[in-house]
Design a protein around this ligand. Structure first.
Ligand SMILES: Cc1cc2nc3c(=O)[nH]c(=O)nc-3n(C[C@H](O)[C@H](O)[C@H](O)COP(=O)(O)O)c2cc1C
Length: 263
């Protein structure tokens, strides 16, 4: 990723929020080609397949939602589906979060709204659009479209029950005190989407300037949430000219290391 892409993503992550009502219109040529040309950066984990479906206004049957309509998006124009081998569990989840969030931020910068969907969809309806291979599963979906400006009851409720965490709740005092690019990178993580707004991430210092991310809870979508947080952290660091990379060291742990200046 270039520094200018990171700048663009950083702006997008500051304005992004989940949208659940779209206008059902066809995406523009520019939106379609930009999304189609994205060469997303990878964590180098697992084997994830990305599928893009453009069916303006004809995707409501896929996003059915359950309890209190959580997961029901209406007027969706396009969806991204991420699939992986059945046995490729948390690796595919992290990879999905890291790659999918690049689509989310690119979409935001193109004037599109988005909503991650971790499982509130009709699998039969989806399979009619995205054929799954044998032993392949859907890791997550992302709904895309031009957002309609309305009150989002589901979004408001979710955030009332699970409030956005303060920076001191997602990072150790030692890390926060280390200065440099860290505060802005953690602020970018704070704004990240997560399943049911659980924000299951905790950042601490490692050895020699490393930053260690661990999961603060367990759950099927936690790896996806961690991948998203890693992407936000990476983008905000790079936008400040700090180039690093994440090394995943386990199902719920990853280490961010700075690259030498001339890398
Ligand atoms: C992996 C993942 C799965 C999600 N699944 C759903 C879902 O099924 N239905 C839904 O309405 N929102 C879903 N969301 C959106 C979250 O509820 C939302 O990101 C969170 O409440 C924070 O709100 P914000 O995105 O507006 O900042 C999901 C988010 C993530 C990251």
């Amino acid at each position: 990723m270039q520094e200018r892409d990171a700048q663009r993503y950083l702006e997008a992550l500051m304005s992004r929020r989940s949208h659940r009502l779209f206008d059902g219109q066809t995406l523009t040529e520019n939106q379609l080609s930009s999304l189609g040309e994205l060469k997303a950066e990878s964590l180098g984990l697992g084997h994830l397949r990305t599928h893009f479906v453009h069916r303006p206004g004809d995707l409501d049957h896929v996003f059915r939602g359950v309890v209190g309509s959580y997961g029901k998006t209406l007027g969706t124009s396009a969806l991204l589906a991420f699939t992986a081998a059945e046995d490729d569990s948390w690796q595919a989840g992290m990879q999905c979060g890291y790659i999918g969030e690049q689509y989310v931020l690119l979409a935001e910068s193109l004037g599109l709204g988005s909503c991650w969907n971790g499982g509130m969809f009709g699998i039969k309806q989806l399979m009619a659009l995205v054929p799954l291979g044998p032993n392949e599963r859907v890791v997550s979906l992302i709904a895309l479209g031009t957002p309609q400006e309305v009150q989002d009851r589901v979004g408001r409720l979710t955030k009332m029950v699970f409030k956005r965490k303060e920076i001191g709740e997602i990072a150790s005092g030692t890390l926060l005190g280390s200065g440099g690019y860290i505060t802005a990178a953690l602020e970018a993580v704070r704004l990240a989407p997560s399943a049911v707004n659980r924000q299951p991430w905790y950042f601490d210092t490692g050895s020699e300037g490393e930053v260690v991310l661990t999961a603060s809870r367990r759950g099927g979508l936690v790896p996806v949430d961690l991948g998203i947080a890693m992407l936000h952290f990476y983008v905000a660091a790079l936008a400040q000219g700090v180039r690093g990379h994440w090394e995943v060291t386990g199902a719920d742990r990853a280490v961010f290391r700075l690259l030498p200046a001339n890398h």
